[in-house]
Design a binder for this molecule. Structure first.
Ligand code: ATP
Length: 575
C-alpha cells in the first residue's frame, strides 16, 4: 500500500489540513471531561451557579470546536480519498490501455474490472479511516491515559487490567477476520468472471439450453462469496457486544473502586466522572485502531492487486527514438518470421517470408488454425515476433512508434467490435474528423448504405452495445466502412466478407478495388471465390507457407491450395 501512497503527493495539503483538524478535535475532546469535572467539583458541589455558567460556556465552546473540526476533517479526508481513487483508476486504466494482448491474458478481463472498481474502493475507504484515526486515535489513547492518571493514580490500575484484556480480544478476532477478507476479494473476482461470461455469451447459453447449468455455476460462486461475507460479518457482529460488555465491566469496576476512594475522601465525584469518560475515550481509540488493523490487510490485498497491474511492464514498447520511413507507401515485408504464442509449445508461424506491395491485393488462405490471423496480429504489433522481422516501407515495425504504425493501417478484425452510439459514430471511429460526406462514401463502398437508410434514423440510428441490434453481415459492413473512412495505406481484412452473401461480397470487392488501387491490401479469407483474383495468394498450412503465387499458378503447383479449391468450387469454376 505504501507504494501506492506515493501518488498522495498531489493531495499533501488536503492531508495536512485533515490531520490538523483531527488534532484539534482530539485535543478538544480530551479537554471536555476535565471541564466537566471542574463544574461538578467546584460548581455543583459548592452551589456556585456563576462558576457553572462560566465553565458551561467554556464547554460549549470546546465542544463546538470539536464538532466543527470533526466535520471539516471528515470532508477533507473524503475529498482526498475520492481524489486518490480517481487518480488510481486513471492510472490503472491508462496502464491497461498500453497492455499487449499477452498482459490481458495474464490477468484476465474480469479481474481487471474488479481491480479498477472494487479494489480501489477498498483502498479509498481505508484511506479515509487512516487519515481520520492516524492522529486522532493515538492522541486520544495516550492523552486519555495521561489525563486519567492526573485525575487518580490508583484508578489507573483498573485500566492496566482492562486494556490488555481488550487488546487480546481484538487481536484474536482480527486474526480470524483478516484471512477471510483476503479470500473475499478473490471470490468477488470469480462472481464477476461468471457474470461477464454469461452476459456476453447469453445467446450461446440459451441456444445450448445451458441456462440451468450457468445459473447453478453463478449460484455456487455467489453462495461462496455470500458465505464468506456472512462469516466475516458474524465475527464483526460479535465484536460489538463483546466490546460493549468489556466497556460496561470497566465502568462498573471504576465506579466500584472510585466509590471506596470517594468514601475515604481521597477522590472527588467530578474526577471520577472525568475518569470514566477518559477510560471510554481510551477504549474507543483502541477499537478505532483495531478496526484499522482489520481493514488495512484487506486494503493491502487490494493494493497488491492494483500494484500488480501498475508494475507490469508492457512487453510491447515504443522505441526511444522511433524511426519514420523515408517514403511512406505501405509496403509490407516479412523476413523469416517465426512466432509462438506465450506458453505454446509449437510456433504458430514458422519462417514466414513474403512481400505485400502497394497497389496489389495479397490474400492469405489456409485451414483453420493455420496462422492467418496471427500474421495480421503481428503486423498490428499486438505481439512481437520471436525471430525474423517485419518491415513496413523498409523500417522494422519495432523501430516505429505504435501510433505511427497503426495510423497506416485500416484493420477489419475477424470478430466485429462495435461501440454503443450511432452508426455515424461507429464509422467515424476510423477517422475522428471525418465529414458526413466521407462517412457516406465509406458506407457506400462497404455496401452498407441501403440497410442504414432502411433503419429508422438512418446514419443517426443507434447501435446497441456490441452491435446486438444488427445482423452479422451488417456489422461486418460497418466494420469495413470504419476502416475505409480512415483511407490508410494498408488495408487488412481478417475474414471480413464471410458473413456477406456472394452478390454483396463481389460488389463490395469490386468497389473496394477502385478505392484501394494505391494501397496495400491484405485479405484473409476462407472462401476461394473471395481471393481468386488477388495479385498474390499465400497458402498457409500449420504455420508454414506452402505456396505463393496467382490462382492458376497455385492450382498447378500447390497441393494444399488445390485441395482447398476443389473442396469449394465445382470443376467448371476451377477450369
Ligand atoms: N491468443 C492465443 N494464445 C495462444 N494460442 C493462440 C492464440 N491465438 C491463436 N492461437 C493459436 O495459434 C494458431 C494460429 O491461430 P490463428 O488465429 O492465426 O489461425 P487462423 O488461421 O486465423 O484460423 P481461423 O481461420 O480459424 O481464424 C492456432 O493453433 C491457435 O490455436
Amino acid at each position: 500500500m505504501i507504494k501506492l501512497f506515493r501518488y498522495l503527493e498531489k493531495f499533501k495539503w488536503l492531508i495536512f489540513f485533515t490531520l490538523l483538524f483531527m488534532f484539534v478535535q482530539a485535543i478538544s475532546e480530551l479537554y471536555l471531561p476535565t471541564l466537566m469535572s471542574e463544574i461538578v467539583n467546584n460548581g455543583m458541589m459548592k452551589g456556585d451557579t456563576v462558576f457553572i455558567w462560566k465553565y458551561g460556556g467554556y464547554m460549549l465552546l470546546v465542544a463546538g470546536a470539536s464538532s466543527i473540526s470533526s466535520i471539516i476533517g471528515a470532508f477533507l479526508s473524503s475529498r482526498t480519498a475520492v481524489g486518490f481513487g480517481t487518480l488510481l483508476r486513471d492510472k490503472v486504466f491508462t496502464k491497461v490501455e498500453g497492455f499487449s494482448l499477452n498482459e490481458f491474458d495474464k490477468i484476465g478481463t474480469a479481474s481487471l474490472i474488479t481491480r479498477t472498481t472494487n479494489d480501489i474502493t477498498q483502498i479509498q475507504t481505508v484511506l479515509v479511516m487512516m487519515m481520520r484515526f492516524m492522529i486522532y486515535a493515538p492522541i486520544m489513547c495516550i492523552g486519555g491515559i495521561i489525563m486519567a492518571y492526573s485525575k487518580d493514580k490508583h484508578l489507573t490500575l483498573v485500566l492496566a487490567f482492562v486494556l490488555p484484556l481488550f487488546v487480546v480480544t481484538i487481536a484474536l478476532l482480527a486474526a480470524k477476520v483478516v484471512p477471510l477478507f483476503k479470500a473475499l476479494q478473490k471470490k468477488l473476482d470469480k462472481v464477476n468472471q461468471i457474470l461477464r461470461e454469461n452476459l456476453i455469451g447469453i445467446r450461446v447459453i440459451r441456444a445450448f439450453n445451458r441456462v440451468e447449468t450457468e445459473r447453478k455455476r453463478f449460484y455456487e460462486a455467489n453462495k461462496d462469496l455470500t458465505d464468506t461475507a456472512i462469516k466475516v460479518n458474524k465475527i464483526l457482529a460479535m465484536m460489538q457486544p463483546i466490546m460493549i460488555l468489556l466497556m460496561n465491566l470497566t465502568n462498573i469496576t471504576i465506579i466500584w473502586v472510585a466509590a471506596k476512594r470517594i468514601d475515604a475522601n481521597k477522590l472527588q465525584i467530578g474526577d471520577m466522572m472525568a475518569f470514566i469518560q477518559y477510560a471510554m475515550q481510551i477504549l474507543f481509540s483502541i477499537i478505532m485502531v483495531s478496526i484499522m488493523f482489520v481493514m488495512v490487510p484487506r486494503a493491502q490485498a487490494s493494493a497488491e492487486r492494483i500494484n500488480e497491474v501498475l508494475e507490469i511492464e508492457p512487453e510491447i514498447k515504443d522505441p526511444k527514438e522511433p524511426k519514420t520511413p523515408k517514403i511512406s507507401k505501405g509496403h509490407i515485408e516479412f523476413r523469416n518470421v517465426t512466432f509462438r504464442y506465450p506458453g505454446a509449445e509449437s510456433p504458430a508461424l514458422e519462417n514466414i517470408s513474403f512481400e505485400a506491395k502497394p497497389g496489389e491485393v495479397t490474400a492469405i488462405i489456409g485451414g483453420t488454425g493455420s496462422g492467418k490471423s496471427t500474421i495480421l496480429n503481428l503486423i498490428m504489433r499486438f505481439y512481437d515476433v520471436e525471430s525474423g522481422s517485419i518491415l513496413i516501407d523498409g523500417v522494422d515495425i519495432r523501430d516505429m512508434s505504435q501510433k505511427e504504425l497503426r495510423s497506416k493501417i485500416g484493420y477489419v478484425p475477424q470478430t466485429v467490435v462495435l461501440f454503443s452510439g450511432t452508426i455515424k459514430d461507429n464509422i467515424r471511429y476510423g477517422k475522428e474528423d471525418a465529414t458526413d460526406e466521407e462517412i457516406m462514401r465509406a458506407a457506400e463502398i462497404a455496401q452498407a448504405t441501403e440497410f442504414i437508410l432502411n433503419m429508422k434514423d438512418g446514419f443517426d440510428s443507434l447501435v446497441s452495445q456490441g452491435g446486438t441490434n444488427l445482423s452479422g453481415g451488417q456489422k461486418q459492413r460497418l466494420s469495413i466502412a470504419r476502416a475505409l473512412v480512415k483511407k490508410p495505406q494498408i488495408y487488412m481484412f481478417d475474414d471480413s466478407f464471410s458473413a456477406l452473401d456472394f452478390k454483396t461480397d463481389a460488389k463490395l470487392r469490386s468497389e473496394l478495388k477502385k478505392e484501394t488501387s494505391n494501397s496495400t491490401v491484405l485479405i484473409v479469407a476462407q472462401r476461394v471465390a473471395t481471393i481468386m483474383d488477388a495479385d498474390k495468394i499465400i497458402v498457409l498450412d500449420e504455420g508454414k507457407i506452402v505456396g505463393m503465387g496467382k490462382h492458376e499458378e497455385l492450382l498447378r503447383t500447390c497441393e494444399v491450395y488445390r485441395e482447398i479449391v476443389s473442396s469449394q468450387l465445382s470443376e467448371e469454376e476451377i477450369a
